[in-house]
Design a binder for this molecule. Structure first.
Ligand code: PAF
Length: 286
C-alpha cells in the first residue's frame, strides 16, 4: 500500500494509473476507521482496479472546537486496517496541504434548502466545510467512483449534488452504502469510542427507537410520532434529542403526512453527554 502526503505527488501517481486505463475508487475519511468505513473500501474494491482512501480530519467542518479537539485520531492503526483490507493507496495530507491560505477555507458552493435543514440548521457552516474539502479531494484524486455511507444521509445528498452540479466535468459517480450497525443496533461512528460504558449502553436506544418507528409510524400522525420518539429517547437520562425529522429522499422535503408517494427517511440527532450522534432509517421506500 502506498501512502502519500502531498497533493501534487498523489495526483501525478493517479494520473499515470488512469492513463493505463485503471478505474479509481475513492473513500474519503477522517480516520478513526471502523467496520462502516471498511464496508466502503469493500464496495470500492468490487467496482474498481485501484482503491484510494484519504485520512484527513477536516477542521473547517467542525462547528464546535471541542468536537475537533476530541475527535479520535490513530493514524498507525488506520493505515494497518486499510492495508489489511486491500486498500492500494492512502492520501494523508496536512492541513496546510489542503488549505494553503485562509481564502482556501471558504466554500464557493450554494446548496439552498438541502443545507438549511437538520445537520445544516444545527451545525452552522458544517456543510460548507464538507463541500469544500470533498471538492478539493475530488480535484486531487479525480476518481471514477466515490463511496459514502447512508449514516450521513444528508451529507451523501450534498456530495451527490456537488459532483453532479458543480464538478460534473470530473465525471465522478457518487455511491451510497448501507449503514453498518453494532450488534445492539447502534450505527457505527468514529465518535462511538468517545462514549463511556454507561453512555454506550444508553445509545442503543437511538436505533431501537428508529426500528420501532419504522414498524409503527402509520399508527400516528407525523407530530405524534415525533413526540413518541422524543419521549422514548429523552426517558433515558444519558440521552437528549436534538431533532427528529421526517424528510423525503432525495429532496429533503419535510413530510407533513404519510400519504405521500415519496421515500421517507426518519433522521435523528442525539446528544449523549458531550458526544453528538446521528442516525436514520427509511420509514417508507415507495
Ligand atoms: O464523512 C466523513 O468522514 C467526512 O465528512 C468526509 C466526507 C470525509 C469529509 O471530511
Amino acid at each position: 500500500m502506498e501512502v502519500f502526503e502531498k497533493a501534487d505527488t498523489v495526483s501525478k501517481f493517479i494520473d499515470k494509473l488512469k492513463a493505463e486505463g485503471k478505474k479509481i475508487g475513492f473513500v474519503p475519511t477522517m480516520g478513526a476507521l471502523h467496520r462502516g468505513h471498511l464496508s466502503l473500501i469493500e464496495a470500492a474494491r468490487k467496482d474498481n482496479d485501484i482503491v484510494v482512501a484519504s485520512i484527513f480530519v477536516n477542521p473547517t467542518q467542525f462547528n464546535n472546537p471541542n468536537d475537533l479537539k476530541n475527535y479520535p485520531r490513530n493514524l498507525d492503526r488506520d493505515l494497518k486496517l486499510l492495508e489489511d483490507n486491500n486498500c492500494d493507496l492512502v492520501f494523508t495530507p496536512s492541513v496546510l496541504e489542503i488549505y494553503p491560505d485562509e481564502n482556501s477555507k471558504k466554500s464557493e458552493y450554494h446548496f439552498g434548502k438541502i443545507v438549511e435543514v437538520m445537520e445544516g440548521k444545527f451545525r452552522p457552516g458544517h456543510f460548507d466545510g464538507v463541500a469544500n474539502v470533498v471538492s478539493r479531494l475530488f480535484k486531487i484524486i479525480k476518481p471514477d467512483n466515490a463511496y459514502f455511507g447512508q449514516k450521513d444521509f444528508q451529507q451523501y445528498i450534498l456530495i451527490k449534488t456537488l459532483a453532479d452540479k458543480y464538478l460534473s466535468d470530473l465525471h465522478i459517480q457518487v455511491h451510497r452504502c448501507p449503514i453498518i450497525r453494532e450488534k445492539d443496533g447502534l450505527a457505527m461512528s468514529s465518535r462511538n469510542v468517545l462514549l463511556n460504558p454507561e453512555q454506550r449502553k444508553s445509545s442503543a436506544l437511538i436505533a431501537k427507537t428508529l426500528f420501532w418507528a419504522k414498524d409503527n409510524y402509520q399508527k400516528y400522525t407525523v407530530d405524534e410520532l415525533k413526540k413518541q420518539i422524543a419521549d422514548k429517547i429523552n426517558a433515558d437520562k444519558n440521552l437528549k434529542i436534538e431533532y427528529i425529522e421526517f424528510v423525503s429522499d432525495p429532496e429533503l422535503d419535510e413530510i407533513s403526512n404519510w400519504d405521500s408517494e415519496q421515500k421517507i427517511v426518519a433522521c435523528i440527532a442525539v446528544q449523549v453527554g458531550d458526544v453528538r450522534l446521528i442516525d436514520n432509517i427509511y420509514l417508507s421506500l415507495s
